[in-house]
Design a protein around this ligand. Structure first.
Ligand SMILES: Cc1cc2nc3c(=O)[nH]c(=O)nc-3n(C[C@H](O)[C@H](O)[C@H](O)COP(=O)(O)O)c2cc1C
Length: 248
């Protein structure tokens, strides 16, 4: 059985969709192919992969409560392609959004459901994930933790000859456990959908989110976006800048 994973984020790197598709791949058996869908130049390459596939998993970011427009253009082509080639694929979706509630992906899931009906494909269900940006940051933090542990181990060996700095390992374990906890809902529902992809059965629609209370999420999201906006050219830049209409 061949499953094609389509990363639909227009970002070149560090996208949340890549992270969730990576997890979905771990829980899916058979032959696996991952493709990136960013521009029209990708259409033919991705469609060619669908020819001998049994299942396709879309990793999609939620844009304005719906499917990003470049993905809609692809779905229009895919509908024709599947009809012309008599393809009977099962379609699954891992959607993620920036706000905390995964249920905000429901309209996007409905679009995929309607697409399947129209293109005569089998809708296999999906997982909608809230707090996608923050969960994506959590995987980056994990690698930072690993790097810190490596540095601490090297320093410990250099200073005392001890290859097992206990405090560094305890601190790493605590941090890794916390990051794992944030991701538990995602891991559970993605593992569950992997089971259905392997069997070719209907996974239904499931919604989850980063496992932290909403008020903590809002606090960290505010801090995160202030830092990002500083890096992007200064806080309130967009609000206070003089608008010049008609110029791009
Ligand atoms: C143009 C645009 C529209 C967005 N609309 C929404 C939205 O309606 N609701 C939401 O929760 N997040 C929204 N987001 C946030 C993305 O869904 C979020 O950043 C997601 O993690 C991006 O996934 P990616 O890194 O795979 O591209 C929007 C982001 C952009 C750039």
């Amino acid at each position: 059985m061949k499953t094609v994973f389509i990363n639909c984020s227009p970002k070149k790197r560090f996208c949340a969709s890549a992270y969730f598709l990576f997890l979905q791949r771990l829980f899916t058996g058979g032959k696996k192919v991952t493709e990136k869908l960013r521009t029209q130049a990708d259409h033919d390459r991705v469609l060619a992969q669908l020819r001998d596939a049994q299942a396709v998993v879309f990793g999609v970011p939620l844009y304005v409560d719906g499917i990003p427009s470049h993905v809609l253009r692809f779905l229009e082509k895919m509908e024709i392609f599947c009809r012309e080639n008599g393809l009977r694929l099962s379609v699954y979706c891992v959607a993620n959004n920036g706000f905390i509630e995964g249920r905000q992906n429901e309209p996007l899931m409905q679009c995929f459901e309607h697409f399947c009906r129209r293109a005569d494909l089998t809708w296999g269900g999906g997982v909608g994930i809230g707090g996608g940006v923050m969960l994506n940051v959590s995987r980056i933090l994990f690698f930072v933790d690993v790097a810190l542990l490596a540095v601490n181990t090297v320093l410990s060996v250099a200073n005392t000859g001890n290859f097992f700095p206990k405090d560094a390992w305890i601190s790493f374990g605590q941090s890794a456990a916390l990051l794992l906890y944030f991701n538990l809902g995602v891991l559970f529902f993605i593992a569950r959908m992997g089971h259905h992809i392997r069997k070719g059965t209907d996974a239904g629609k499931r919604y989850t989110r980063i496992l932290i209370p909403s008020f903590v999420f809002i606090l960290f999201a505010d801090i995160f976006f202030i830092i990002i906006s500083l890096f992007e050219g200064g806080i309130f830049r967009g609000w206070l800048a003089k608008k010049e209409y008609g110029k791009s």
